[in-house]
Design a protein around this ligand. Structure first.
Ligand SMILES: [Zn+2]
Length: 435
């Protein structure tokens, strides 16, 4: 008895797959959910489904190391279903869900619930990140072995720093024993104080309390120092300062096992945008938007690979939590549906090559947490994005796929958009079909 293979051929697109060194017009043949061939000429088997990608980029599906899907506990902001729908609409086929849910993902029942919801949604692949400490309270370590067995790919107290250096040391040692990366949100809360935006002339002018760049720098330096003691794998989330980039570059030069990510907003916006927006709280996030010099350093960090990956830190919030005075509003912005065009602007500005942009969104990200995917190599799962780099559109959060609307790019005209997304060879998003 033979089973009929399902074959899809993505034809005529510019395939950019940094992992296998391909950049050119190719056809991608997908058979039974896997990449069967990437070639300049292919015979199209009878019965194959053809996707016309002429004029488009065909890349591995993007891998986001850092999203907040809010389920369980805050489904009014986002659910696994709506969050993974936003992901595939932005070209992301794998997302790593941070553990600051309610309750926190510090035990297998939460991990299993998130995975079951993702399976039911059938959109992007979800990789849960387990809590580094019980309840993310920074007091006692969570059970890393159980979290790993349930499917967690990394550990983090993201949303909060691990303030205790001794707990941080033990978290590094314990995560090392289980072969899991420890992802850290770096801010010294004593230095943050009551700060709500980057410390500097803009904060002074706006009359808002500042957060010095050193709140991030000192924690990065501390954890790199502890990493030298313990070994293990340290991943630094949402790097936003020149000092942090410098410290990571130096640590990598010395061979320390550290990886890092930067967000689209820290690569493209500065604290002056808070002023220009007239206290719009969709420009309030943590870490805060930094100075022009910091943004320049973060850009250089992504360009030279000091910072491995672009991760969105997609952080949905309701209007009730955002439409408040700047001091009172919650931190965070959406990212999944706008990451590609926002970062493509860096290519147009000559900051990144096209290849490096795709690499930072795919294989470099996958490697940080040892995830499958991020490549179109033969035999890999057929997770891919078809992107129109020239498509201009105006961001209308009401029409977005996320349940929330807190984006600093609302009303902005962006160029570049994901038009179709495949996960395991299955079409999970098509711009034409979206409302
Ligand atoms: Zn964070």
């Amino acid at each position: 008895m033979s089973t009929q293979s399902e074959i899809t051929v993505v034809q005529g697109g510019r395939v950019i797959d940094p992992a296998s060194g391909v950049d050119g017009i190719r056809s991608v043949v997908i058979r039974d959910g896997k990449i069967a061939a990437v070639a300049e000429r292919t015979d199209v088997p009878a019965g194959a489904r053809i996707l016309d990608a002429r004029g488009k980029w065909v890349t591995p599906g993007f891998v986001d190391l850092h999203v907040h899907l809010r389920e369980p506990g805050q489904e009014y902001k986002e659910t696994v279903a709506t969050g993974t729908r936003a992901a595939v609409a932005g070209g992301f086929t794998s997302v790593c869900a941070m553990p600051n849910t309610v309750p926190a993902n510090d035990n297998t029942s939460v991990t299993e619930l998130m995975l079951a919801r993702a399976t039911a949604a059938g959109l992007a692949r979800l990789y849960p990140v387990g809590a580094a400490s019980k309840g993310r309270k920074g007091e006692d370590l969570a059970e890393y072995g159980e979290l790993k067995a349930a499917g967690c790919v990394a550990l983090s107290d993201d949303g909060s720093p691990v303030m205790s250096p001794s707990l941080m040391r033990r978290a590094l040692e314990y995560s090392r024993a289980f072969g899991l990366p420890l992802a850290v949100h770096e801010e010294d809360l004593h230095l943050v104080g009551k700060g709500v935006m980057n410390e500097g002339p803009t904060a002074t002018r706006l009359g808002l309390q500042g957060i010095p760049a050193q709140a991030e720098d000192v924690m990065v330096l501390r954890d790199l120092s502890l990493l030298e003691l313990t070994g293990g794998r340290l991943h630094i989330c949402h790097v936003s300062t020149a000092g942090a980039v410098r410290a990571i570059r130096e640590a990598k030069r010395r061979g320390l096992p550290v990886t890092a990510e930067a967000t689209p907003h820290h690569l493209t916006l500065t604290d002056e945008d808070v002023a220009a927006s007239d206290y719009d709280t969709d420009f309030k996030m943590n870490p805060p938007l930094r100075s022009v010099a910091d943004v320049k350093a973060v850009r250089e960090g992504i360009a030279d690979g000091t910072l491995d990956a672009i991760a969105t830190d997609h952080a949905p919030h309701s209007p009730e939590e955002k439409k408040l005075e700047f001091d009172a509003a919650l931190n965070g912005v959406l990212g999944l549906e706008t990451a590609f065009p926002v970062c493509l602007e860096l290519v147009r500005q000559g900051v990144l090559t096209e290849r490096r942009l795709v690499e930072a969104l795919t294989i470099s990200a996958a490697r940080c947490f040892s995830l499958p995917g991020g490549t179109l190599a033969v035999g890999a799962v057929a997770d891919l994005a078809i992107l129109d780099p020239g498509l201009a559109w105006v961001v209308d959060p009401v029409r977005g796929q996320s349940r929330s609307r807190n984006t600093p790019w609302k009303g902005k005209r962006l160029t570049g958009r994901c038009v179709e997304t495949l996960v395991g060879g299955r079409q999970v998003y098509r711009l034409e079909d979206s409302p």
